[in-house]
Design a protein around this ligand. Structure first.
Ligand code: GAL
Length: 693
C-alpha cells in the first residue's frame, strides 16, 4: 500500500517537474560541470569549420553554440530559409563529438525586415530611432518583430527540434528591456494598464494622481512617461519599467512556446541574462527550463583589490551572480565568460595570468553545472575586433585564457573522482543565510533616493560581503519563497513591503528565524505609498522600537556610529531608533544633535530574534560587526576570511579562491585531501580539496 502511494507520488512529481529535470540528461550530476565554447560558423570560410570544431573538441570542450546572430543567413529573404550551412556545421560538430546549443537569432533582425517595417526599430524617449547596423535594435513591443521572430523560430524548431545532436535552445541574446516610445509600445502599455487596474479610478488612486492635477479620465490620455522630465509621476515611471520588463519576459515565453510545439521534451530552453539587479524580468519567463548568466570581469570598471586588482576583477561579481541566479533556477549555468581581453570596455586590459581559471572555479564553487566561453575564435572583423577567443586571430593558436580553460577542464575531470554528491561541512550548512531581495524595490529606491549618497546595490553588497567573510553560503530569495531553510534572513533596505510579507516575516521569526533588517525597510506599502502611520510603524512590533525620524548627511560632514567602542562612519542613511523597554541597543549615533540615540536594535521575538541596523556605514564594517555579533550570539560557527578570499563547498569538495592582492594561508581540517593547488594561496590561486571522510 505504502509502496503504491510512493510510486504514485513519484509519478506525480515527475509529471510536474519532468521537463525541468531533463537537463540532467546532458548535465549529469556526477559530471559536476561541463564546458562549452561559442562558435559562429557564418563568420568563417566553410573549409575551416572542420578544423575549428576538431580543435574545440580536442581542447576538451563538450558542446558548442550556434546561430546566435545569424538571422540574415538563415532567412536571407522574407520566407526563404537556408539551413544547408547550419546543417553542415551541426554535422561537423557531431563528427567531433560536440553537442550543440541552438539559438534563435532574434537579437539581429535582417535588413529586409527592418526596411520593410521600420516601426520595428526602437524609438527613444527623445523621438530618435535606432537603425540597422548593430544588434538589439528591434523592440519587443513591436507586433511585426514579434511575428517575424515566431516564424523564424518555428522553422528552426521544425528543423532541429527532434535532432539528438541539439541539446537545447538559447533564446535571443542577453535579453533586457527595450524601452520603446513607438505607437505599438504605447498601445500595449495602455492595454497592460487596463489589465492591471481594471478601472481608471483604481489607476488614479494607485498613481496618486490627485497630486499636481495629474488625474486621468480615460486610458487614451495616458502616455509613456518621459523619465527625463522633471517631477514625472513616480508610479507611472515604475509601471512603465514593469511593463517593459514584462514585454521582455513575454517575448521569451512566446519563443519558448513556439519551440515546444515542435521540439522533443528533452531539449531544454534557456536564455543568457546579464546579472542586472534591477531587472524584474530575470526569472519572470516561466516557460524556460532554467536560466543562465553572462559575466565579464576585466573591462575598465569594477576595480578589484590593490593597484593591480583590476586584472582579477571585483571578488563579489561572480559570487553574487551565482547566489542570485541559483535560487531562481533548477540549474545554474553560465553562458558566457570572458576568455581574455575584451574590445568594448573603457580600458581593455589583460587579465592576470590565472584569473580566467579562477573565475571558472568560482562558477564551479557556486554550483554551476556548466560554463561556456564567449568565444572560440577571436573575430578578425566587426565591432568585436580585438576581442580575445580561446584561440587567437590565426584560428589555431590557443590564447593564455584558452589554455586556462583547457587546464580547468582537465582539473574538473580530476576532482570528479573525489566528489560526493550534495555533501558539505555541517558548520557551513549551519550558517546558510538568505537575503530577501526584490528588483522592483531596487528601481523604486533608485528613482526616489532622497540623497545622492544612496546606492542600493552598494548597500546590499555590504551585507553580502560581510556574510561571505563569515563563510556563509548565501541565497538571494524572493518574497514568495520559503524562508524556513535559513536560520538567518537579511532584509536590506526593503522599502516597499506588503502587509502579507510583514506577516510572513513575523511568522518566520516566531518560528525561530533570525531576521536582520536595515534602513528604509517597510517605509512604504507594496504600492509605494507611505503608510498612514509614523515611518515604518507596521514593523515596529518586530523591532521592539520605533523610528521617530531618519537623517541623511553631507559627504563633507559624515557622522559616526559607535558599537562596542568601535567607530563606524556613515553619510547616506540613518534611521534613528527609540527602543522599547527590553529591547537591546547595540550601537549609538555620535556627533550630531541626536547624539546617544540608538542606531542598532536587537530583540528576541517568538523563538527567533530581530536585529535592526539603522545606519548604512561607509565600508560596510558596521554591517559586518553586527552580523558577527549576531552569529556569535546564536552560536553559529563562523570564519573570518579577509576581503577577496572566498571559500565555498559543494559535492564533498572545498574550493578556496584568492582575489586579493595578498597571500592567504588556508587551514584545512585534519583528514582533508588536497586535489588541486596548495594551502598557501597567492593572488588568483585556487585550492580544491576533498572533505575529510
Ligand atoms: C556579451 C554579448 C556577446 C558578446 C560579448 C563580447 O555581452 O552577449 O554577444 O558581444 O558581450 O564580450
Amino acid at each position: 500500500m505504502y509502496r503504491i502511494l510512493l510510486i504514485t507520488a513519484l509519478a506525480l512529481l515527475f509529471a510536474v517537474y519532468g521537463q525541468a529535470q531533463d537537463w540532467k540528461r546532458f548535465f549529469p550530476e556526477e559530471d559536476l560541470m561541463t564546458v562549452g565554447a561559442y562558435y559562429y560558423p557564418e563568420h568563417w570560410p566553410q573549409e575551416q569549420w572542420d578544423r575549428d570544431l576538431a580543435k574545440i573538441a580536442e581542447m576538451g570542450f563538450t558542446f558548442t553554440h550556434f546561430a546566435e546572430f545569424a538571422w540574415a543567413q538563415l532567412e536571407p529573404e522574407e520566407g526563404v530559409y537556408d539551413f544547408a550551412w547550419l546543417d553542415k556545421a551541426v554535422a561537423l560538430a557531431d563528427k567531433h563529438g560536440l553537442k550543440v546549443i541552438m539559438c534563435t537569432s532574434t537579437a539581429t533582425p535582417p535588413v529586409w525586415l527592418v526596411r520593410k517595417h521600420p516601426e520595428v526599430l526602437i524609438t527613444h524617449e527623445d523621438g530618435t530611432r535606432m537603425d540597422h547596423g548593430a544588434r538589439q535594435h528591434a523592440s519587443f513591443s513591436n507586433e511585426y518583430y514579434r511575428s517575424y521572430s515566431q516564424k523564424l523560430i518555428a522553422e528552426l524548431a521544425r528543423r532541429y527540434g527532434q535532432d539528438e545532436r541539439i541539446i537545447g535552445w538559447q533564446l535571443d541574446n542577453e535579453p533586457r528591456s527595450t524601452v520603446d516610445y513607438s505607437e505599438d509600445a504605447l498601445r500595449r502599455f495602455r492595454l497592460w494598464l487596463q489589465k492591471k487596474y481594471g478601472s481608471i479610478d483604481d489607476l488614479n488612486q494607485a498613481w496618486g494622481t490627485n497630486f499636481w492635477s495629474v488625474v486621468f479620465s480615460d486610458w487614451s490620455e495616458i502616455n509613456l512617461p518621459q523619465h527625463q522630465q522633471w517631477g514625472m509621476n513616480l508610479y507611472q515611471r515604475l509601471d512603465h519599467g514593469r511593463f517593459a520588463d514584462e514585454e521582455t519576459s513575454s517575448f521569451l515565453d512566446e519563443q519558448a512556446r513556439t519551440i515546444r510545439q515542435h521540439a522533443a521534451e528533452w531539449q531544454w530552453i534557456t536564455t543568457n541574462y546579464i546579472p542586472m539587479y534591477d531587472a524584474r524580468f530575470i526569472g519572470q519567463s516561466k516557460e524556460l527550463d532554467f536560466i543562465t548568466y553572462t559575466r565579464y570581469m576585466v573591462y575598465g570598471e569594477h576595480e578589484g583589490l590593490g593597484p593591480k586588482g583590476y586584472r582579477v576583477g571585483e571578488y563579489s561579481r561572480i559570487a553574487m551572480a551565482n547566489d542570485y541566479f541559483r535560487p531562481l533556477s533548477p540549474l545554474m549555468g553560465v553562458m558566457e565568460l570572458q576568455p581574455g581581453q575584451v574590445n568594448w570596455g573603457s580600458i581593455n586590459s589583460q587579465p592576470l595570468p590565472g584569473a580566467v581559471r579562477l573565475w571558472l572555479w568560482h562558477i564551479f564553487a557556486g554550483e554551476g553545472k556548466f560554463v561556456c566561453t564567449y568565444r572560440f575564435r577571436a573575430p578578425i572583423y566587426g565591432y568585436e575586433q580585438y576581442h580575445y577567443g580561446i584561440v587567437g586571430p590565426d584560428g589555431v593558436s590557443p590564447t593564455a585564457g584558452g589554455l586556462e580553460y583547457q587546464q580547468f577542464i582537465k582539473e574538473v575531470a580530476q576532482v570528479r573522482q573525489e566528489a560526493r554528491q550534495g555533501e558539505v561541512p555541517a558548520a557551513y550548512a549551519a550558517r546558510k543565510t538568505g537575503i530577501l531581495y526584490d528588483p522592483d524595490n531596487y528601481v523604486a529606491m533608485q528613482q526616489n533616493k532622497q540623497t545622492t549618497e544612496w546606492d542600493t546595490e552598494a548597500h546590499v553588497l555590504k551585507y553580502y560581503k560581510a556574510l561571505k567573510s563569515l563563510g556563509a553560503p548565501v541565497d538571494f530569495v524572493r518574497d514568495s519563497m520559503d524562508f524556513s531553510a535559513y536560520p538567518v534572513l537579511v532584509v536590506p533596505a526593503y522599502q516597499q513591503m506588503s502587509k502579507p510579507l510583514i506577516d510572513k516575516l513575523t511568522r518566520y521569526t516566531e518560528q525561530g528565524g533570525h531576521l536582520v533588517m536595515s534602513v528604509r525597510t517597510a517605509h512604504q506599502n507594496e504600492k509605494g505609498h507611505l503608510w498612514e502611520t509614523p515611518h515604518a510603524a507596521p514593523i515596529y512590533h518586530l523591532l521592539g522600537a520605533s523610528i521617530p525620524f531618519y537623517d541623511l548627511l553631507r559627504p563633507h560632514a559624515p557622522d559616526t556610529v559607535v558599537m562596542e567602542g568601535e567607530r563606524y562612519g556613515w553619510t547616506s542613511w540613518g534611521d534613528v531608533l527609540e527602543p522599547n523597554e527590553g529591547t537591546e541597543s547595540w550601537a549609538r549615533f555620535v556627533g550630531d544633535f541626536y547624539e546617544g540615540k540608538t542606531a542598532v536594535t536587537h530583540q528576541a521575538y517568538g523563538q527567533g530574534s530581530v536585529t535592526y541596523v539603522g545606519a548604512d556605514s561607509h565600508q560596510g564594517r558596521l554591517e559586518q560587526a553586527v552580523l558577527t555579533k549576531l552569529f556569535e550570539r546564536l552560536n553559529l560557527p563562523i570564519e573570518n576570511y579577509p576581503p577577496g578570499v572566498l571559500v565555498e563547498y559543494r559535492d564533498g569538495l572545498g574550493i578556496a579562491m584568492n582575489y586579493s592582492d595578498k597571500d592567504y594561508e588556508m587551514t584545512l581540517p585534519k583528514g582533508s585531501k588536497i586535489i588541486i593547488g596548495q594551502a598557501s594561496l597567492s593572488t588568483a590561486d585556487v585550492l580544491v580539496w576533498r572533505l575529510p571522510r
